[in-house]
Design a binder for this molecule. Structure first.
Ligand SMILES: Cc1cc2nc3c(=O)[nH]c(=O)nc-3n(C[C@H](O)[C@H](O)[C@H](O)COP(=O)(O)OP(=O)(O)OC[C@H]3O[C@@H](n4cnc5c(N)ncnc54)[C@H](O)[C@@H]3O)c2cc1C
Length: 226
């Protein structure tokens, strides 16, 4: 599908959101991702295609992609993405993924590592819009300068007491003690983890040590950052 860039939003020093208008209306579920193809000159070994979570909620119609840039050592793909101008078109394909909320009666813990906040933006906005937000505890882990979407989180928190947000600020890393302290009903919750691959693996191990069953852990790995 053809996606046309409408605008770029700078979220932090090195994080941008790209707002694309799809040529034809597209249907997706909050938390899903899409592949983007950006043909460019002299692509590096990582190539011209990447996965991205759609950070907008489906009711938005426009497709938001939010990503982080390493301005010195970044890939040729990210350079080409950053160079896109308003009105430029690229190709999006293979929309899909299972990082979605299926049971609105269940209670959840969402754990985001840095840029891994992207699917939660979509999911929380979607659930809040339809007044279906279940009981959610969100841990947002990372460096203070990398926390984005805090205005949206504040807005949803104000409306729904059943959303709790805990920031875990580096050098503090999330660990079993923090999770146990903030989540007294561990065994009654489904855990979602999203972020760079290494972080997701470490957090999964922490959860397994807390005796959370594998079937109650849902993961979204972002490769390429470790
Ligand atoms: C389901 C899914 C959803 C995802 N959602 C998102 C999302 O919402 N937002 C997001 O930002 N990412 C997301 N990703 C990850 C995304 O697809 C990229 O892998 C990631 O952004 C890294 O991009 P990049 O490879 O262009 O590297 P860059 O971001 O440009 O660079 C990251 C680091 O990789 C190293 N590097 C860069 N280029 C090379 C190279 N050619 N060879 C060796 N090392 C290199 C550098 O050290 C650099 O610091 C998702 C991935 C999956 C699978």
């Amino acid at each position: 599908m053809k996606l046309t860039l409408i605008k770029k939003i700078q979220e932090s020093k090195d994080i941008y959101t790209f707002v694309f208008a799809p040529e034809n209306p597209i249907i997706w579920k909050a938390g899903q991702h899409i592949f983007l193809n950006i043909p460019h000159e002299n692509p590096d070994a990582r190539g011209e295609i990447r996965h991205f979570t759609i950070s907008s909620a489906p009711f938005k119609k426009d497709l938001f992609i939010t990503t982080k840039f390493d301005f010195e050592k970044g890939s040729s793909f990210k350079k080409a993405l950053l160079k896109l101008n308003q009105g430029d078109s690229i190709e999006g394909f293979n929309l899909g993924g299972n990082f979605m909320i299926k049971d609105l009666k269940a209670k959840y813990v969402f754990i985001a590592g840095g840029i891994g906040i992207t699917p939660y933006r979509s999911i929380l906005m979607d659930l809040a819009d339809e007044d279906r937000l279940p009981d959610i505890i969100l841990f947002y882990c990372g460096k203070p300068e990398g926390f984005i979407f805090t205005d949206i989180l504040d807005e949803i928190k104000k409306k729904y007491e059943r959303l709790l947000v805990h920031f875990v600020i580096e050098p503090q890393l999330i660990n079993g003690e923090i999770i146990k302290e903030k989540v007294p009903d561990l065994d009654d919750r489904i855990f979602y983890i999203s972020g760079p691959m290494g972080m997701v693996k470490i957090v999964e191990e922490i959860l397994l040590k807390l005796n959370i069953g594998k079937s109650n852990i849902v993961k979204d790995y972002f490769p390429g950052y470790d």
